[in-house]
Design a protein around this ligand. Sequence first.
Ligand code: SF4
Ligand code: SF4
Length: 97
Amino acid sequence: MSNFSKDQKTPLDSIPIKADDTSHIQIKNREVCLEECENKPCTYYCPTRVFSWRGEENRIEIDYTRCVECLACPHGCPHNNIAWSFPQGGYGVNYQN
Ligand code: SF4
Ligand code: SF4
């Protein structure tokens, strides 16, 4: 058995996941990210890289469909600047029950 190769189809491609239409993660105040958060830790403590910094647009981008509901981000943001709620889900990861 060989290691998984990046050019192979990922196992997740075989799992039907239907993401919510709207994000369950919001930035409360984008000015705080821009003006007060030097290191932007959400871009590296999220285990699935939901947050990324778009330097050319000066903003955090959120790809909420990648979230595995570990709940690290609302607690890890040093400015309490992330609003998070459980997604409706029911198809992918769902730890709330
Ligand atoms: S850690 Fe919080 S304040 Fe900093 S960039 Fe991320 S969401 Fe914004
Ligand atoms: S709950 Fe966990 S996986 Fe989801 S965005 Fe926050 S840190 Fe990332």
